[in-house]
Design a protein around this ligand. Sequence first.
Ligand code: 5GP
Ligand code: ZN
Length: 113
Amino acid sequence: MKNPTCIFCKIIAKEVPAQIIAETNDILVINDIAPKAPIHYLIIPKNHIADVKSLQDTDVELAGKMLLMAKQLSQVLPEPRAFKLVMNNGAAVGQSVFHIHCHFLAGKQMTDF
Ligand code: 5GP
Ligand code: ZN
């Protein structure tokens, strides 16, 4: 499933280093290299899928696993365990890496988009 030009595929293959927060058979969680909040993780499925628009019906389990990973990551946050999930889809809204991922943000006020 590896795309040779994709930075996240290279990180998943351990060809490019990253700070790994969690790893399962299907998902890698890393620290964002340019954090926008005190806690800024990237939840990245290991399959190279460009974005949410590219998901297939057969990806339903993978999509669910991304949310359950967010739940697992939230368990170490201080109460009230507040966090924000962001998925950019398309360069027009800020997507810069075209390998599906979910931003997990916490540790500061983020009441406006
Ligand atoms: P997007 O803009 O596509 O929603 O999010 C891509 C994110 O990947 C950005 O927040 C950017 O800082 C992060 N990023 C880009 N290249 C790397 C990298 O080589 N390592 C890590 N850890 N994060 C990266
Ligand atoms: Zn990729």
